[in-house]
Design a protein around this ligand. Structure first.
Ligand code: ADP
Ligand code: TYD
Length: 209
């Protein structure tokens, strides 16, 4: 069993993840606690190269199963090289997206279903977050917050894709009640931060006793 603490942040594109990740980093910095911050797809040199291929706007012919396997391949490297060793050293790992993104985007959005959990089982083994913050926001609102010219290959998908992704997240929230903390992301940045900080305080009490 790992001694560290593994926190992931999930949600539709434009739901405010990056904004709240900055707040989460600040929370730990204010307490003088070192964290390992990482992201998916990416987080390792190999993973960042896979990321370039997956998100490239010119790769529009990519088969959906290829896409799911590339995310899982990047994740496998990430778990082996960064996440598992850090947790074994007792560190706090904060990850911008993890396996729930694949279940929501490839399983529900691309409609690949259970195959996604199966291939990701090979990638992560038993390495699952202790807590996942899920930023809950209507994906149509989230996408309006992102400039059209900055959108990557996934973000450019139509509304029905993003709605299916969001429904996937809501299913995951119901299924993993103990792990996934739903956050109403339609509120102000400050209100959301207060919610997240409260949960982080609880988590730290659990870790430090
Ligand atoms: P994500 O990382 O989930 O794609 P960002 O944190 O980059 O989302 O936010 C997308 C855009 O929405 C940014 O311009 C950000 O300033 C803005 N934003 C973030 N949180 C909120 C919020 N609670 N209310 C309104 N706008 C927000
Ligand atoms: P990212 O650039 O981190 O976007 P954001 O700032 O919105 O989080 O994520 C890249 C895109 O990859 C995003 O649209 C979600 C998608 N994605 C998947 O489809 N499956 C996955 O397993 C992961 C990790 C991300």
């Amino acid at each position: 069993m790992s001694k560290g603490l593994f926190i992931s942040i999930e949600g539709p594109d434009g739901s405010g993840k990056s904004t709240q990740i900055e707040n989460i980093k600040q929370f730990f910095c204010d307490k003088g606690i070192d964290i390992v911050f990482t992201r998916e797809p990416g987080g390792t040199a190999i993973g960042e190269r896979i990321r370039e291929i997956i998100l490239d706007k010119n790769c529009s012919e990519m088969d959906y199963m290829t896409e799911a396997m590339l995310y899982a391949a990047a994740r496998s490297q990430h778990v082996a090289q960064v996440i598992r060793p850090s947790l074994e050293e007792g560190k706090i790992v904060i990850c911008d997206r993890f396996v729930d993104s694949s279940i929501a985007y490839q399983g529900y959005g691309r409609k690949l279903g259970d195959a996604v959990a199966i291939i990701n089982g090979f990638a992560i083994g038993k390495c699952l977050p202790d807590v996942t913050f899920l930023m809950k926001l209507d994906p149509r609102i989230g996408r309006r917050r992102i400039d059209a010219d900055k959108q990557d290959r996934l973000e450019r998908e139509q509304d029905d894709f993003h709605i299916a992704v969001f429904e996937g997240y809501l299913e995951l929230e119901k299924k993993y009640k103990d792990r996934i903390v739903g956050i109403d992301a339609s509120r102000s940045i400050e209100e959301i931060k207060v919610d997240i900080y409260k949960k982080l305080e609880e988590l730290l009490k659990g870790v430090t006793g």
